[in-house]
Design a protein around this ligand. Structure first.
Ligand code: DHB
Length: 401
């Protein structure tokens, strides 16, 4: 049976970033991804890189295309019923964010992994992950991983550590929560209807807009492709949103003096669910959860990818120390070190969502209270600073190896 130090399930932000960080420290890994490379590289997802994430890309040699192609933004606008308030992120924090969609991030890490000769198996399903101890637990020496590649061939390898980074429906979470773990969830009474549009930018910076009828987000992809979201009902389907309805609602919710949402041909429509979920702990013996496999945040603020990168910023040095120095102390503390940031991101995403979205059948009192909360926070230097700091993100955890 072949042996690999680290087996990673899932070629998303957590899995690919981890494989790259391990490679830089001379640790070999294998990444299994059930989707095709094309699917991974084309799935439309959110688009904000926190300062820590974009610095990690730069510092680890994956940042060149992001640097050249992404918009680096110094501010966001929040529009409350047509009144636009600017949050000068860079003036307040000294940092910028990059507007760089997740699939572009993944493309860069996939290209780098392949260039570095890394093992990255697409169209490959993992059939079993098994502890090799007497009780079948995960505390003993090695973990067995059985996988099937696109050609139907099945292989069994052993690994020192297995990282489940296979997204929010990861089946491996159960292994961890069985017994003493917990999985907590929160559902929201709204969702986003997301569209891609062939149009010029409405303005350089993003606009998070709210209105008595709900939220709208004016984001961007390139100079000629824009990304817009409208709050919708979680049970809505794209056919319920005609182009006329979309434009009417975008103008109603997001236009403000001097700003008219730019229109164009709509070429992609999809409904995005809002969910929060957290798994505690994020590890059991030699099995670890990273990214969405461990936690999900609602999209407001686009924290999902950034949280995945924060997870593996703890996991990577933990694995390196355990494998090179036989010191597993950092790895043992993974949950303790990663979880506070997860809960803070849950709070920020939840809180921003609650201020910006109308609950179903929201009454006049609730709308005015919501607007007053936004005006209170944005009218305060401390409030603006808090939002700016959370939006650009705290520094990533750093550990010597
Ligand atoms: C985008 C998504 C978000 O959730 C957000 O807060 C900002 C931008 C985007 O997809 O562009």
């Amino acid at each position: 049976m072949n042996h690999i130090p680290v087996a990673i399930i899932g070629a998303g932000p957590a899995g690919l970033t981890l494989a790259h960080l391990l490679h830089l420290q001379g640790i070999e890994s294998i990444v299994f991804e059930k989707r095709t490379r094309k699917e991974v590289e084309e799935t439309v997802r959110a688009g904000i890189l926190e300062q820590g994430t974009l610095n990690l890309m730069r510092e680890t040699g994956v940042g060149a295309r992001m640097e050249a192609e992404a918009d680096h933004d110094e501010a966001i606008d929040i529009s409350i019923n047509g009144e636009r308030i600017r949050i000068p992120l860079t003036e307040i924090t000294g940092h910028k964010v990059a507007i760089y969609p997740q699939h572009e991030y993944l493309k860069d890490f996939i290209a780098k992994r392949l260039e570095d000769g890394g093992e990255l198996l697409f169209s490959t399903t993992v059939d079993a992950v098994e502890g090799t101890g007497g009780t079948g637990g995960f505390d003993n020496d090695k973990v067995k991983v059985v996988y099937t590649e696109a050609d139907g061939s099945s292989t069994t390898i052993s690994a020192d550590y297995v990282i489940a980074a296979d997204g929010s429906s990861s089946p491996y979470r159960k292994i961890i929560t069985e017994g003493s773990g917990v999985r907590v969830r929160h559902e929201y009474p709204y969702a986003w209807f997301g569209i891609l549009v062939e149009a010029a930018k409405t303005q350089k910076e993003l606009i998070y807009a709210t209105h008595p009828e709900g939220f709208a987000l004016i984001s961007t992809r390139t100079d000629t492709v824009q990304r817009y979201y409208l709050q919708c009902d979680p049970n809505d389907t794209p056919d319920m949103w005609s182009d006329d309805r979309i434009w009417e609602q975008l103008h109603l919710r997001a236009d403000s003096p001097g700003i008219t949402v730019s229109e164009g041909k709509i070429f992609d429509k999809a409904v995005l669910r809002f969910r929060s979920a957290v798994t505690e702990p994020m590890q059991k013996g030699r099995l670890f959860l990273a990214g969405d496999a461990a936690h999900t945040v609602p999209p407001t603020g686009a924290k999902g990818l950034n949280l995945a990168v924060a997870d593996v910023s703890v996991l990577a040095p933990g694995l390196v120390r355990a494998l090179k120095k036989k010191d597993s102390a950092l790895l043992d503390d993974y949950t303790k070190l990663a979880l506070p940031r997860v809960w803070k991101a849950q709070h920020f995403s939840y809180w921003m969502s609650s201020m910006l979205h109308a609950v179903p059948d929201e009454d006049y009192f609730a709308t005015q209270r919501r607007f007053a909360e936004l005006h209170s926070v944005l009218g305060s230097e401390a409030g603006q600073r808090y939002i700016a700091e959370q939006y650009v993100g705290r520094d990533l955890p750093r550990f010597e190896v």
